[in-house]
Design a protein around this ligand. Structure first.
Ligand code: AMP
Ligand code: ZN
Length: 437
């Protein structure tokens, strides 16, 4: 295979040099962190008053973990390390409590992010000859603009297609001769179904490869998309707290995701003991960003479960590879790429007087896409034979939920006392999607 490197010197850097670079960048990042109100207190408490208190990479262990709750507590500006007038953009992801986790960028941060993204895209063999259709949500979500900038950095022709609307997507693919796609794996599968329905011949398209991420999927799903759409599929991993996409990506070997270790320090810990797992064992990924000034985040508990490959990749890159993410150490659901915590749903429905005491969240497959069904009991005094008012209640729950979690659920109403009650801890979520990861 003919490998190509966006930044060969860094991508193939010897481990000792990579570690030295990490240490130097960590110290810089600690300097940024000490300027934020949140970390100033934390770091001083941990005995770190200045970047020079970090002497080796092991000193990272002195720093407490950062969680999503910390980010919320620091909302809106507790993690900001630069004057507001230097900030040029923010991205945010929805949260359990309605407080979004918000990340700020200065000009260099955006440039760095675009550069890491370009590195990912280039590692898949894509070049400026490619036409790149970015079929993911633009806006506060990082997937749209993140890939967009990276594609432009590589010099590809980028089509900011956005998510959804399959017939428009096919039209663009045909009109502009799209060669590379980016979408969630479920949307890629859905696309194939729609392609058949619309009678579009695969030969009329010029597709070569697709980037798929934002949600977990299995090797079987990758193979299925590859066979159906006749493209090479590359796994893309990222999270808003660490800029978004561009954290880890598959190279042409399609065997594990290289995590860019000059941009992120990756640790894998046991989610219960929070101690490092043995190399190669599965645990929770903890990340420290080394490539952003405006919002430094140290030792962030991603809640994503994965492990490191122990061998080096055949492509020659020295940056370690992560296995496909197999799940999470919390209860966050990812529904068609959108993150949602059961507690967000509970908060909405329990605030409505028509809703009784018991509810059940069901997630299932509807063709290739995910479907959310919220089943609730109605409160006393609501009669199941009054279909007009039941429909009105259903619609109100649906609308309120959609406004809060950005997912359009199906709502089912049940008579009081009819939904199953478990004897022990309430089981509120029934996720019936096949777990073939
Ligand atoms: P967000 O902050 O909205 O971009 O969501 C980030 C989360 O999406 C991650 O913490 C993962 O749980 C999930 N995610 C993103 N990319 C992947 C991927 N390739 N495989 C599995 N899960 C992913
Ligand atoms: Zn590789």
């Amino acid at each position: 295979m003919n490998f190509q490197y966006w930044n060969e010197k860094i991508e193939k850097m010897a481990r000792v040099d990579l570690n030295a670079l990490q240490l130097q960048k960590l110290k810089t990042e600690i300097g940024y962190a000490l300027r934020t109100s949140f970390y100033k207190e934390r770091l001083i408490k941990a005995g770190i008053q200045s970047p020079d208190d970090i002497k080796t990479l092991d000193d990272l262990n002195k720093i407490p973990f950062t969680t999503k709750d910390d980010l919320r507590d620091g909302f809106p500006y507790g993690f900001l390390s630069i004057p507001k007038e230097e900030v040029i953009r923010l991205h945010a992801s929805s949260g359990t409590t309605g407080i979004p986790t918000t990340i700020y960028f200065n000009k260099d941060d955006i440039k760095n992010w675009a550069d890491y993204m370009a590195r990912c895209i280039y590692a898949t063999g894509s070049t400026k000859e490619d036409v790149f259709q970015n079929m993911i949500t633009y806006g506060l979500f990082t997937g749209g603009l993140g890939f967009h900038q990276g594609g432009e950095e590589v010099g590809m022709l980028v089509i900011p297609a956005g998510a959804g609307n399959t017939s428009r997507q096919f039209k663009m693919m045909q009109d502009y001769g799209t060669t590379v796609l980016h979408a969630t794996p479920s949307f890629l599968l859905h696309l194939e179904t729609k392609m058949k329905e619309a009678g579009i011949a695969r030969e009329s398209l010029h597709l070569k490869r697709a980037f798929a991420g934002a949600e977990p999927y299995s090797e079987d799903t990758r193979k299925r998309i590859e066979a159906l759409l006749k493209v090479d599929v590359y796994n893309s991993y990222g999270l808003s707290e660490m800029n978004g996409p561009g954290v880890a990506f598959e190279c042409q070997c399609k065997d594990g995701l290289h995590i860019w270790e000059d941009g992120y320090i990756a640790e894998i810990v046991n989610p219960d003991t929070l101690l490092p797992v043995k190399n190669g064992e599965t645990g929770e990924l903890v990340l420290t960003i080394l490539c952003r000034e405006a919002t430094p985040i140290l030792r962030y508990r991603t809640r994503d479960l994965t492990s490191f490959y122990t061998e080096q990749c055949a492509c020659g890159r020295t940056h370690r590879r992560l296995k496909r993410i197999t799940g999470r150490s919390d209860d966050m659901l990812i529904i068609n790429g959108v993150n949602v915590f059961p507690s967000q749903i509970e908060e909405v429905i329990m605030g409505m007087k028509e809703v009784g005491n018991n509810y059940l969240i069901v997630v299932e497959k509807d063709g290739a896409l995910d479907k959310l069904i919220v089943k609730t009991e109605v409160s006393e005094g609501i009669f199941m034979d009054d279909s007009r008012s039941l429909n009105a209640i259903k619609e109100r729950i649906r609308e309120t939920l959609q406004a809060s979690i950005s997912i359009n659920p199906k709502v089912e109403l049940h008579e009081k006392g009819t939904l199953p009650v478990s004897e022990g801890k309430a089981v509120r979520v029934n996720d019936t999607r096949p777990k073939d990861v």
